[in-house]
Design a binder for this molecule. Structure first.
Ligand SMILES: C[S@@+](CC[C@H](N)C(=O)[O-])C[C@H]1O[C@@H](n2cnc3c(N)ncnc32)[C@H](O)[C@@H]1O
Length: 415
């Protein structure tokens, strides 16, 4: 992967480069070549034209995730892939206000999306970034906000004071090292993060309050005692696990936070919380139903399916499946509901017979807790839309009390 050029980013941040970038039409891949040729013919330096077109392309790619703000940012490919969504950064920043901390170090600030959220919430921010090109972008991206300083340097050398807050969103990429697809290599081990997990925990000892953004796959067993961890989803995708220490902790433990974008583009947040449930999973497939609930993925990632069983009076189908059998529908903004029509053994032949008899020619397959390959299972069903019938059935392939089952369900609107 090509590293961004610091000089060119500096030139795009102001003067001729910024004017050139501002003059570009909305990015259109098919027109980019001709546009480049025209701009060079008009006398713009080829390297600057190429850099401006790269920014234009990156902004277009950023818009779905970063919204209209994308058009005001300087971006790098890696920086964009790791940048926090503005709504997530804004929600995170609110927590700092309750900590009593006035100054927060953003240790590894990337393009500065989290630092923006902090500054917009009224905190003093010192943002540190080791990559010179990225720090140029961060400085440009934060220039409109008061109370933020961007420093280039190694965040692990910063000494965080006892009254300071610290935020770390460690890089999960190895800059300059490409994977087989030519993208920057991802890292998966906690110690490969930069700054490393050990550094994060050391900072958390020194600072009055610390927050860290980690991967959604963060292992529960690694959560330090006394911390609070939030698995955050936006529109059904789990985007991060945020861990909080000391004054930033409200309730120690694991929880899910579910965001849904409303028709106006605003993200509405729901914190999933419930008293601990002692409900044991089902012990017989015959007990499944009459309703089945499926929680948002953040609830699964947080390991808090017990919140769903507690709030619905239900029982999980089996440990770790995430599906809950319930006596009635309980409307929850973070759960989908289904009426259970039939519980069948997980055998393609039996499921095929049941579906054909009832005129189902198509299926949507959901699966958790069994090793079955859904595509293969679909092929084995040999359904022929139009001949057997055109109705669509929803199949949940999972297990109950250790027994693999195919549950035929119908979506229910929970109002
Ligand atoms: C995941 S990104 C931060 C993204 C940022 N929170 C945002 O939303 O825009 C992590 C950044 O940390 C930087 N970094 C990694 N190790 C660092 C270190 N030791 N000192 C300073 N910056 C570091 C990387 O260059 C990268 O830009």
């Amino acid at each position: 992967m090509e590293r961004p050029d610091t000089e060119l980013l500096i030139r795009l941040a102001e003067g001729e480069g910024a004017d050139l970038l501002a003059s570009l039409p909305p990015y259109d891949e098919d027109a980019a070549l001709a546009l480049g040729t025209r701009l060079r013919a008009e006398g713009h330096e080829p390297a600057l034209v190429a850099a401006a077109l790269t920014q234009s392309r990156l902004r277009a790619a950023a818009r779905p995730r970063l919204g209209p703000l994308a058009d005001r940012l300087l971006l790098t490919q890696d920086g964009l892939e790791q940048a926090t969504r503005p709504a997530v950064a804004a929600r995170r920043a609110l927590r700092w206000r309750a900590t009593g901390v006035a100054h927060v170090w953003d240790l590894g600030c990337g393009l500065g999306l989290d630092a923006r959220g902090l500054a917009e919430a009224g905190l003093q921010v010192t943002a540190v970034e080791s990559d010179p090109a990225v720090s140029v972008a961060a400085r440009a991206n934060l220039a409109d906000l008061a109370g933020v300083e961007v420093r280039v340097g190694d965040a692990t050398r910063v000494s965080v004071g006892p009254d300071d807050g610290a935020f770390l969103d460690p890089a999960r990429r190895t800059p300059g090292v490409a994977d087989v697809r030519g993208r920057t290599r991802r890292v998966f081990r906690l110690e490969e993060l930069s700054p490393s997990w050990t550094v994060v925990q050391q900072v958390a000892v020194d600072a009055a309050a610390t927050g860290a953004k980690l991967s959604p796959g963060f292992p529960h067993a690694h959560l330090p005692a006394g911390t609070e961890a939030e698995w955050v989803s936006v529109d059904g995708s789990v985007v991060e696990c945020a861990v909080w220490w000391r004054a930033a902790v409200r309730n120690a433990g694991r929880r899910a936070v579910v965001g849904t974008t409303d028709p106006f583009g605003e993200v509405r947040w729901v914190e999933v919380d419930a008293p601990d449930s002692e409900a044991e999973p089902l012990d017989d497939p015959a007990d499944l139903g009459p309703f089945l609930a499926e929680p948002d993925r953040a609830v699964l990632a947080a390991g808090r399916v017990d919140a769903l069983t507690a709030l619905t009076g239900g029982r999980e189908l089996d440990h770790g499946t995430g599906y809950v059998s319930a006596p009635a529908v309980t409307p929850l903004p973070w759960a989908r509901w289904y009426a259970v029509r039939e519980v069948l053994p997980l055998h393609a032949k039996m499921v095929r017979g049941w579906l054909r008899q009832r005129g189902f020619g198509r299926v949507t397959i959901k699966k958790r807790g069994v090793p079955t390959d859904p595509d293969r299972f679909r092929t084995e069903l040999r359904l022929r839309p139009g001949r057997a019938g055109s109705a669509e059935a929803v199949l949940v392939l999972t297990r109950v009390a250790g027994t693999p089952v195919a549950v035929v369900v119908e979506p229910v609107q929970a109002t």
